[in-house]
Write a protein of this length. Structure first.
Length: 346
């Protein structure tokens, strides 16, 4: 795509509230672009509790975090939103013509009339392995996510962590197949795992078959040669530090949310939340709305239910900015032929 994408609405965050914002804008015939730093939609329910039941979504007695997301994605299908995943929104700047310039960390740019910030508790970022001198290898020999598994084929791999991501990827790269690594060593600070017991059992089987190795310990230093990472210094539970040779380090310490760049967009912030009114859920900058967990107002409750309501009013609040000439009436999805048309249910 050459130059910025011109649009009426950009939604920052693809959590449940960002997804429902697509729906409420869609009913008013506004198309949206949705951006999330995670590689998949769903926000907290998918990232933090995909298999846990939620009981307080109106008319759905029970559904899991993943089911909620799947249903929302199905519900917003008619509105053809464009998703830009795996990229954090870093820049928001007001332009002279009244629109906003938006840029992501990957360099995707937009010119938009309105912005809906549905950023929840902030963008999820991988927790870093803090070892002196290691940062400079980020992206070359050090990785916090697997973008393309083929990059790891034939490598002498160290995988760090005790959760599902660490175990799943260690097993994946130890197994026969096109992405098989030359060697795989799993390192975790203790001999106990958060990962699924079945994966742990499989890992132990693979170790017994000498297809991979597991070391209890922590990475406390690195070994470098000619500007390349050649080994990790691993301090074991016995207090002894040994050098483990390697050429690629994969770290899975989980994700933690960060308000991050949002703090730099000149928005009024109170205790890490964006201050909004309760008529339109507008921030202090007209044209920028905030919905869901990211906002605050008297009586705010951080519930999915509240976020959904906020989306409806924010969409109506944005209409005078997007289409000042249009008269907007509230219509029922049950009976309105016009809404049936936009929903594709004629
Ligand atoms: P989030 O779900 O946090 O999604 C925000 C998204 O924005 C994230 O995906 C994030 O990566 C993205 N983002 C943030 N900043 C940026 C940026 N700069 N660029 C790009 N992307 C960005 N609520 C209920 O109503 N009922 C329950 O039963 C319930 N149970 C819960 C159980 C647990 C364990 C937890 C932790 C929460 C629970 N909640 C529950 C709360 C509920 O999950 C939140 O209210 C809801 O997720 C808020 O949705 P959201 O879309 O506002 O934000």
């Amino acid at each position: 795509h050459d130059g910025p994408i011109e649009t009426d609405a950009v939604i920052v965050g693809a959590g449940p509230v960002g997804l429902f914002q697509v729906f409420e804008l869609g009913l008013l015939e506004i198309k949206a672009h949705v951006i999330d730093s995670l590689a998949y939609p769903g926000g907290q329910p998918v990232e933090l509790y995909p298999d846990k039941p939620i009981y307080d979504i109106p008319a759905i007695p029970v559904c899991t975090g993943q089911e909620l997301t799947d249903r929302l994605l199905k519900q917003i299908e008619p509105f053809g939103a464009t998703f830009h995943l795996g990229q954090e929104v870093t820049v928001v700047q007001k332009q002279e013509d009244g629109r906003f310039f938006v840029q992501t960390a990957k360099g995707t740019t937009f010119l938009t009339k309105t912005i809906f910030i549905a950023a929840g508790v902030g963008s999820f970022q991988p927790r870093l392995l803090k070892v002196e001198g290691l940062e400079k290898y980020d992206g070359s020999q050090l990785h916090y996510r697997v973008k393309s598994p083929a990059d790891f084929a034939g490598k002498n791999l160290i995988v760090v962590g005790g959760g599902d991501s660490a175990l799943d990827w260690a097993l994946n790269f130890a197994a026969d197949g096109p992405n098989k690594a030359e060697s795989v060593i799993l390192i975790h600070r203790r001999d106990g795992f958060k990962a699924a017991p079945a994966s742990v059992a499989k890992m132990r089987e693979r170790c017994e078959a000498y297809e991979m190795q597991f070391i209890v310990g922590q990475i406390t230093g690195i070994d470098e040669r000619d500007g390349k990472l050649v080994g990790a210094k691993v301090t074991g539970s016995d207090g002894v530090t040994r050098v483990v040779p390697m050429d690629t380090l994969l770290v899975f310490f989980g994700l933690s949310p960060k308000l991050g760049p949002i703090a730099e967009w000149s928005l009024e912030i109170e205790r890490k939340q964006l201050v909004v009114d309760t008529e339109k859920f507008s921030t202090n900058i007209p044209g920028i709305f905030a919905v869901g967990d990211i906002n605050t107002y008297p009586g705010k409750k951080k519930l999915i239910l509240s976020g959904f309501h906020e989306c409806a009013l924010a969409a109506f609040g944005a209409m005078p900015i997007i289409s000042p000439e249009k008269k907007v009436f509230l219509q029922y999805t049950t009976t309105s032929p016009k809404l049936h048309k936009v929903l594709g249910v004629e």
